[in-house]
Design a binder for this molecule. Sequence first.
Ligand SMILES: [Zn+2]
Length: 72
Amino acid sequence: MKKDIHPEYQTVKSVCSTCSTEFTFGSTVSKFSVDVCSGCHSFYTGDKSMARATGRIERFNRMAAFAKNLKK
Ligand SMILES: [Zn+2]
């Protein structure tokens, strides 16, 4: 390996901002952040709550009624 041309390989700790799972891995960057990981992403958990395709109009009307009540 040639000297003084390679970035420093180090152990990096990263925390998922959604589920607070801590990861340790090797990288050449010193700081690393993730918004979503395999522990909390709906693709891996099978949770359908993030993909809400139906009932959007009903939800909007419910929120509009709630906002109207707040102004009174
Ligand atoms: Zn996560």
